[in-house]
Each structure stands twice: as C-alpha cells, then as structure tokens.
Design a protein around this ligand. Sequence first.
Ligand SMILES: C[S@@+](CC[C@H](N)C(=O)[O-])C[C@H]1O[C@@H](n2cnc3c(N)ncnc32)[C@H](O)[C@@H]1O
Length: 230
Amino acid sequence: MNERLVSDRLKCVASFLPKGAWFADIGSDHAYLPVYVCKRDKQAAAIAGELNEGPYQSAKKTVTAEGLTNRIEVRKGNGLAILSANEVNQVVIAGMGGSLISGILEDGKQKLAGVEQIVAQPNVEARAVRVWLQNNGFRLNGESILEEAGHIYEVLSAVRDKHTAKMTEKELLLGPYLMKEGSDVFQTKWKAEIAKRERVIKQMKQAASPDLAKMEKFRHEIELIQEGLT
Ligand SMILES: C[S@@+](CC[C@H](N)C(=O)[O-])C[C@H]1O[C@@H](n2cnc3c(N)ncnc32)[C@H](O)[C@@H]1O
C-alpha cells in the first residue's frame, strides 16, 4: 500500500494514536488505517473489525499483501463484539455517522473496560459522539477538523477520566477544541450549517401545519452556532 494513497482524513485519525498503540479499528473496510499505523510504528498492533463480507475480505487481502498478518488480525463481526475484554488499549471508529458510532459504543460498552482512548471520526452528527463520550466516562482531549475532496471531517479523541466536566450545549454541537481554534474550515462548515437551517426554516414556514418545535430547535441551534463563530 502506497502511503500517499492514504487519505488526509485517515492520517489525521492516526495522528491521535500514541506510539506503540494496541488498537481496534472498527469498520476497517480495506484496513488502510491499521496498515498505515503499523507500517510507521513497529511497536503498534491492531485488530481490524468488519461487519460485512466484502470489506472483511478486502481487509484480509491488504493485511496479507503488506506482510502484516503477525501484527494485524482481521475479524468479522458487529462492532465491539469482535473483542474480548482487555484486548486493546485504543478503539478507533471512523467514516460512519455519529449516531452509528455512538450506537456501536453503547452496544459494546462492556468491551471497553480496558480501553484508555477512543478516536472517532463521525462523518455527520459529531454531537451524538460527544454526548456518548461525556455520559460514559470519557473526556475529550483533542479534536481536528479538515477538508478533503470537498468534504469536511471532524476527528475526536477522548481518554478515560471519571472526572469529566460537562460540556455546554454549544460545545457539544460545535466541539470545544474546534470552537476555540476557530479555523477557516470550522468557519466554513458552520456558516454552511446556518444557511442549511435557515433554508429548512423558510421551507417549514410555508407548510400547511409547520412543525413549530422543530423550527424552534433549528433557531436555537443557529443562535448557538452564531455565538460559537464569534
Ligand atoms: C464508510 S466505511 C469507513 C471505513 C474506514 N473506517 C474509513 O474511515 O475509511 C464504513 C465501514 O464500516 C463497516 N461497518 C458498518 N457498521 C459496522 C458495524 N456495526 N461493525 C463493524 N463494521 C461496520 C462497513 O462495512 C464499512 O466497511
């Protein structure tokens, strides 16, 4: 696998893992992430989990082709069910929606006992992941936002910590680290999100019986975003 073919998105996810990571990549698809990490770090080892047969076979093929079968084990199964307790120190779940990621974490909670860090890259609904992390004893310790091929991606890292301060509504939606940094990509994303909500509100106003609660929710979110952008 040519490293240059690995997306900036996956490189960003990898950048949150410590040296010598011993991690699970759930929904690994071609196993590009574990292969990229293990090729650069001789101490790293991984378990690549895949639910579906096609991607499972692709993952096995990549790992075999790269001669990494001794350090990357590919397993087929649903979410964290492929793990035994205390098998890995980090869990990565990338390239899915935030609701699916938090659902996988919730369903496999008991497998997270020995896990010190979770790195998540939700394509949408990062809020759902932040909510799950804060309700389950994980403290956000870093976030990144990047644009690649016309898409904007958020990457979240969290570590186990019982004394997690509650995030505000604004922080849950926008991301505390991302909001503080306020990068150009962050501004672009959330200006577009305001416009999206304004469009929906406008359409809803024209409906015969507008969903007032939903309109209010969007208005409230617009306020939060505007505050976060200033
Ligand atoms: C869009 S791909 C992302 C692949 C890779 N993680 C990345 O970020 O490039 C999502 C992958 O997750 C797998 N997947 C979806 N739900 C899953 C689950 N519950 N458990 C394991 N794998 C799952 C799909 O088969 C698919 O290969």
